[in-house]
Design a protein around this ligand. Structure first.
Ligand code: AMP
Ligand code: GLY
Length: 466
């Protein structure tokens, strides 16, 4: 029997919010009424909402107006997407309405500046920080002046670097030697395209295998979640451009197949150091939510930090929420109240595969066909799989005609849950194959050959180390 009634605001962008709503609505302790501020009429959200409002740009003042109008029914709010967090959605909602928000404040939205992240890491875990240099726009009077400075830095550290905008550009804007440019002239061309609108960071290119580390936080403690592996590139064999993330996997244990328990402990140690630095002594409730989602690169010199986000990853949190043992509403209350203890996951592997539109990331240069997507086949399949298949619509819209349509970004994902990554992948792909629509996906998320390749690369790197 569900008990206490609770009202929850969810700020929604993509499948990540659907996964949050699903986890919250499975609460055995609470009966949840959802107040959803959505980028569009996401069919999953519309179905679950007590009140639903569309705010296409997720403007924080408009979100706050929605909260204000419903504040007596809302116990707390949770925000997944980065932009409202960076814009200060928590600060505005908490000060105007008194509704507690689960996400960091503007001050601790550290993904808002890659430069500040590098400076912070130099202060608390310099060994995990690639060598870097900042090129502030204000410091250079001409193109030739900044070019000289870039050349000088490359003379010092070599040409194998990554070039990044200070401010987030949704994975775009980051250029890596060997992938996006192979000569200094090309590198500088990329540099200038970023420098037009942002300070630029050039950092040493680090080689290895990537893992994503996330943790919940109540301001006092950082409670780590299992590692996941994101597939950033479009197309199998990593042949395409960086995307928001085409899918991800989680193993049964807290670490990934290509690293071991010690590597995981190293990740936790580094995250705790960053957290301690941000928190200061005692407690800092401004860090509530997922203040540290750290992208690690495991290299021959140990773990290096590629970037830090201050929100749950999409798709990475979708590997975790469906297998949370704790009641997620209770976890949220604990984050708000500052008494979060351990969070446990089932001993299961999970695989998330995203299906995306034909014109996503250049799969087709042009697609002018029908964008209708019918999830009923995949949803019918869910019944057979019980809780082991979840289908979460993302960039999809329920229209007046009663049909659902793919918009521009990642359309829908299928989360498979199983006793091995392979079993979870089979379920996820079965879900994907039963979605009716002009969409494409990567087939190798969590595939054995891909994981073996990561294991082999890691072994080779470690052999180099000795
Ligand atoms: P970011 O937005 O900083 O996570 O960068 C996007 C992607 O670019 C990462 O997932 C990596 O694959 C790659 N990347 C970023 N920084 C580096 C680096 N210093 N060395 C090598 N690859 C990098
Ligand atoms: N998986 C990439 C991101 O959430 O930024």
């Amino acid at each position: 029997m569900r008990g206490e009634k609770v009202g929850i605001l969810v700020i929604s962008y993509g499948s990540r919010a659907a996964a949050m709503i699903d986890a919250l609505s499975r609460s055995e302790e609470y009966a949840v009424r959802f107040y959803i501020a959505d980028k569009q009429r996401n069919p999953f959200n519309v179905k679950h909402a007590a009140k639903h409002v569309v705010i296409p740009d997720l403007n924080i003042i408009k979100i706050c107006d929605f909260v204000e109008a419903n504040k007596n029914e809302i116990d707390f709010g949770i925000c997944g997407p980065e932009q409202p967090i960076i814009d200060g959605v928590r600060d505005v909602i908490e000060s105007r309405t008194g509704v507690a928000m689960i996400c960091p404040t503007k001050r601790y939205a550290i993904e808002g500046s890659k430069v500040s992240q590098r400076v912070l890491l130099d202060e608390c875990c310099a060994d995990a920080n690639p060598i870097f240099k900042v090129f502030p726009r204000a410091d250079y009077a001409s193109v030739s002046e900044v070019k000289n400075a870039v050349w000088q830095f490359l003379d010092e550290i070599g040409d194998e670097v990554a070039v990044k905008p200070d401010t987030p550009a949704a994975g775009k804007g980051v250029g890596v030697w060997g992938d996006h440019f192979t000569s200094r002239e090309q590198l500088f061309e990329h540099f200038l395209s970023v420098f037009e609108s942002s300070d630029v960071l050039i950092e040493e290119k680090v080689e290895g295998e990537e893992s994503s580390f996330q943790a919940f936080c109540d301001g006092k403690r950082l409670v780590p979640l299992p590692d996941t592996r994101d597939y950033k590139r479009a197309f199998d064999s990593d042949l395409g451009q960086n995307t928001g993330g085409m899918g991800s996997y989680k193993a049964k244990q807290d670490w990934l197949p290509f690293i071991d328990k010690k590597d995981r402990e190293e990740e936790e140690k580094l995250a705790q150091k960053i957290f301690s630095r941000l928190r200061g002594n005692g407690s800092n409730e401004e860090l509530r939510g997922v203040p540290l989602y750290v992208a690690f690169m495991h290299t021959d010199e140990g773990a290096k930090i590629l970037e830090i986000n201050s929100r749950p990853g999409d798709p990475e949190i979708l590997n975790i929420l469906p297998v949370l043992k704790n009641d997620f509403v209770d976890v949220c209350f604990r984050m708000v109240e500052g008494n979060l203890s351990n969070v446990e996951c089932m001993n299961k592997a999970t695989v998330v595969t995203y299906a995306v539109p034909m014109d996503y990331s250049g799969y087709r240069e042009i697609y002018s066909g029908d964008r209708r997507v019918n999830l009923s086949g995949a949803q019918a399949l869910q019944k057979g799989y019980g809780d082991n298949l979840r289908v979460y619509p993302g960039s999809m819209e329920l229209r007046e005609d009663g049909y659902t349509y793919a918009l521009g970004s990642r359309t829908v994902c299928a989360v498979g849950i199983g006793d091995s990554i392979e079993a979870a992948r089979d379920v996820s792909l079965d879900g994907i194959r039963n979605i009716d629509g002009a969409l494409w996906n990567r087939w190798e998320i969590g595939a054995e050959h891909h994981i073996e390749q990561s294991v082999r690369r890691m072994k080779e790197l470690r052999a180099k180390e000795r």
